[in-house]
Design a protein around this ligand. Structure first.
Ligand SMILES: NC(=O)C1=CN([C@@H]2O[C@H](COP(=O)(O)OP(=O)(O)OC[C@H]3O[C@@H](n4cnc5c(N)ncnc54)[C@H](O)[C@@H]3O)[C@@H](O)[C@H]2O)C=CC1
Ligand SMILES: N[C@@H](CC=O)C(=O)O
Ligand code: NA
Length: 429
């Protein structure tokens, strides 16, 4: 067996503590799988005296993360601090100093992935990040390696566990958003400040990473159209139920006429769709490619130990590469595809409208859709005293045409209120 490879861990929170625990508990197996022992030589933390979920061996804790990555004997660096800085500078220093890097940092990869890839390329080292999207679920490696010979056309994912838990609760119990969020916080799924999850920032970062890999182009978080779930009402969820559908926060990456369309928003999907059965805080990613057809990846997308599993999987791979003096896959952005503006993206809409219940209303509403070139797939009407509710589901049209139709409806005298507007995915176009 070779001499030990030296490992530094940056951050010892939910994920970092589980990485350190698994490195210690599985040291023998990891050594056998890599072909050399993995020796933990330092764990960078913000405070030495903080309570931790793992016992870190005496002398390994340090508050000097920069000093740790600058050591010239460190072969492998695991970054699980999160956020943009100091994570970016630490990763760049690690690569410059000749270490390969494993990170779970989707926010940084989505904001500035190319800078990291270029630094890895220049240093001749690896940059691996399986944990950054959908936690333990293998999805980065399938896109980067297993499907590298195919043409991926669509990636549809539930990539945020917190929002899936909230929407699932709203669906199963009829709870409103605020009540379901409170339960998610009590159970420890949602953080005290749940903005990144509920407003879709976390899912948008993951969508940018998925789109970059799937379509061999650079896609950043700012390219992703993003809508969260805080506006989803119990009435929207009930309306979905009435149609045999369920509301999910979806990350959607599509190849459209050689451009990339990438977006995150709540959408109604039929209960028969494979993603509809993804419950609680689980994640799933549905991939369509030309030769392979449809593939589904499912499992825990968050949590310290599941995420640490993905980190250690990467660590074994990059450690083997160090021993073999080779590199794994680097950035693949040769296709250099444009990103389609959201208005040009095609989707379907579900629109629930309270209208006056009188002759000609249905025809007038249908006319508004027709004026914007939006074809109606189904209309359902429910009468109530002197008003009625129309539930219209459109065929596929540009998002701009659908948004203009809704604006038009809101300005019509016969329309009392547009009570629900939501995109529809995963059914017949
Ligand atoms: N928790 C999860 O379920 C998942 C997390 N991730 C990603 O993993 C990374 C880590 O996430 P968590 O462990 O959940 O976060 P966390 O907040 O529990 O842990 C981060 C740790 O880094 C420490 N830290 C902050 N600045 C530091 C510095 N300058 N030097 C040393 N330590 C510093 C903090 O004190 C904290 O203990 C993030 O990029 C996150 O997006 C990815 C997938 C799932
Ligand atoms: N906050 C995320 C966890 C990590 O990616 C989630 O809820 O899915
Ligand atoms: Na993953």
């Amino acid at each position: 067996m070779s001499t030990p490879l030296k490992v530094a861990v940056l951050g010892c929170g939910s994920v970092g503590s589980q990485v350190v625990r698994l490195l210690q508990e599985q040291a023998g197996d990891l050594a056998a799988r890599v072909g050399a022992p993995l020796e933990l030589v330092g764990v960078a933390v913000r405070r030495l005296d903080a309570a931790r979920e793992v016992d870190v061996p005496e002398g390994l804790l340090t508050t000097d993360a920069q000093g740790l990555v600058a050591r010239d004997d460190v072969d492998l660096v695991i970054e699980v601090i999160g956020g943009i800085e100091p994570a970016r500078s630490l990763i760049l220093s690690a690569l410059e100093n000749g270490a390969s890097v494993v990170t779970a940092n989707k926010a940084l990869l989505a904001e500035d992935g190319p800078t990291l890839y270029e630094a890895a390329e220049k240093a001749g080292r690896d940059l691996y990040f399986e944990a950054a999207v959908a936690g333990a679920i293998p999805i980065i490696r399938p896109l980067r390696e297993s499907l590298a010979g195919d043409t991926v056309t669509r990636v549809l994912g539930i990539v945020n566990g917190t929002t899936n838990f909230i929407l699932d609760k709203m669906d199963s119990s009829g709870a409103g958003f605020a009540e379901a969020l409170e339960e998610a916080q009590e159970l420890g799924y949602a953080e005290a400040d749940p903005t990144a999850d509920v407003e879709g920032f976390d899912a948008a970062a993951k969508a940018a990473i998925l789109a970059s890999l799937a379509f061999h182009s650079r896609v950043t978080a700012s390219d992703v159209h993003r809508e969260g779930i805080s506006e989803v009402t119990a009435a929207d969820v009930q309306s979905a139920r009435d149609m045999g559908s369920v509301v999910k926060l979806l990350a959607i990456c599509e190849l459209k006429d050689d451009a990339v369309a990438v977006r995150v928003h709540p959408a109604m999907i039929p209960r028969s769709h494979p993603l509809a059965s993804v419950r609680e805080a689980y994640n799933a990613v549905f991939v369509e490619s030309q030769a392979a057809g449809q593939l589904m990846f499912y499992g825990p997308g968050a949590g310290g130990a599941p995420t640490a599993s993905a980190v250690l999987g990467d660590l074994v791979t990059v450690a083997r590469n160090v021993l073999a003096d080779k590199r794994g896959a680097g950035e693949s952005a040769y296709a250099d595809r444009a990103v389609l503006p959201m208005g040009e993206t095609t989707t379907r809409y579900h629109v629930a409208i309270d209208v006056d219940d009188k002759a000609g209303v249905l025809a007038t509403v249908a006319q508004a859709f027709a004026e914007h070139g939006v074809s109606i797939q189904t209309v359902r009407q429910e009468g109530r005293d002197d008003d009625a509710q129309l539930v219209v589901v459109s065929h596929s049209a540009t998002d701009a045409a659908l948004a203009a139709t809704v604006e038009h409806l809101r300005g019509m005298d016969i329309v009392r209120e547009v009570t629900s507007v939501m995109r529809v995915e995963g059914g017949e176009e």
